[in-house]
Design a protein around this ligand. Structure first.
Ligand SMILES: Cc1cc2nc3c(=O)[nH]c(=O)nc-3n(C[C@H](O)[C@H](O)[C@H](O)COP(=O)(O)OP(=O)(O)OC[C@H]3O[C@@H](n4cnc5c(N)ncnc54)[C@H](O)[C@@H]3O)c2cc1C
Length: 253
């Protein structure tokens, strides 16, 4: 299968090139987030957790503006279509266009894959995945990858959203957590105080990290989302005794 990246001893892959991807499906995930499935004319193998750059022309700017977007789909069994999950940032240059103005058939310039925020079954677990908002996207790639490969490494996703309405991949996560013993999903809602879907109703904090840490006994942790949340969680995990080299972080700044 073509889903493995270059490894030590193998020749290095050439630097990624810009290519014209076609949007082949759009899934509205929440009021502010959509997933775009993009068919690549020159697909490259990637690893779960990596990202692509997307650039678009912006009126008044001499050159296209580019932003990074994690891939939410699994590279296995196919990597010729990538799915990115984009949250609209009010007043932003790129994300509102991707969320509101890219119907099926749109052509987008994309380049990738990039990044070392990756997980495969060789890394083992248990794995603690902590994400906030669109920070769940690369974590979902890791979960979907494990589903597609049929491996059973324990994973615990702790996912912070504003409310149930804003939970990206809500139905899929619920189905998978019921279907697979290896997957636990813990929601926290920051702006909804009484929804039973969530175990917590506050921002991710030290006490929460400690509780899920004790339950999960992780060997590895992946943290993704706003820089402050990632830094706070990393600090908490270090205080709990996790070694720095088993904590991987991706900051969406
Ligand atoms: C590795 C990586 C992976 C990522 N993956 C994802 C992902 O999977 N999904 C996702 O949704 N995002 C992801 N991001 C974030 C993404 O790259 C963009 O940063 C995000 O979409 C915002 O881009 P934008 O062009 O819409 O907003 P920008 O134009 O960058 O603006 C961002 C915010 O700043 C404000 N702003 C801009 N200029 C000014 C100014 N002069 N004064 C005051 N305020 C200003 C805007 O109003 C807006 O709210 C990722 C980032 C990284 C680094």
């Amino acid at each position: 299968m073509m889903s493995e990246l270059s490894q030590p001893g193998r020749p290095r892959r050439p630097a990624p090139i810009w290519q014209a991807g076609e949007v082949v499906e759009v899934v509205v995930e929440t009021p502010e987030t959509s997933s775009l499935r993009i068919q690549l004319p020159q697909p490259e193998p990637f690893l779960p957790g990596q990202y692509y750059n997307i650039r678009i022309p912006v009126v008044g700017r001499p050159r296209p503006i580019q932003r990074a977007y994690s891939v939410g789909s699994s590279p296995h069994p196919r990597f010729d279509v990538i799915e990115v999950g984009v949250k609209e940032m009010e007043g932003g240059l790129v994300s509102p266009v991707l969320v509101r103005e890219c119907p099926v058939g749109s052509i987008l310039e994309v380049r990738g894959p990039y990044g070392a925020f990756t997980w495969t079954e060789e890394e083992g677990g248990p794995v603690l995945l902590i994400g906030a908002g669109s920070g769940v996207v690369p974590l979902m790639a890791m979960i979907r990858y494990q589903v597609s490969k049929g491996t059973t490494v324990p994973m615990h996703l702790v996912f912070s959203s504003k409310s149930a309405e804003y939970v990206i991949y809500r139905d899929e996560l619920s189905t998978l957590a019921h279907q697979y013993d290896w997957l636990q999903v813990t929601h926290t809602f920051t702006r909804e105080t009484d929804n039973p879907l969530a175990r917590y109703h506050r921002r991710i904090d030290k006490e929460m990290v400690e509780e899920v840490f004790v339950e999960t006994a992780p060997k590895l942790a992946y943290l993704c989302g706003p820089p402050e949340m990632v830094d706070d969680c990393e600090r908490s995990l270090l205080e709990l005794g996790l070694e720095p080299d088993v904590i991987k972080t991706e900051k969406y700044d």
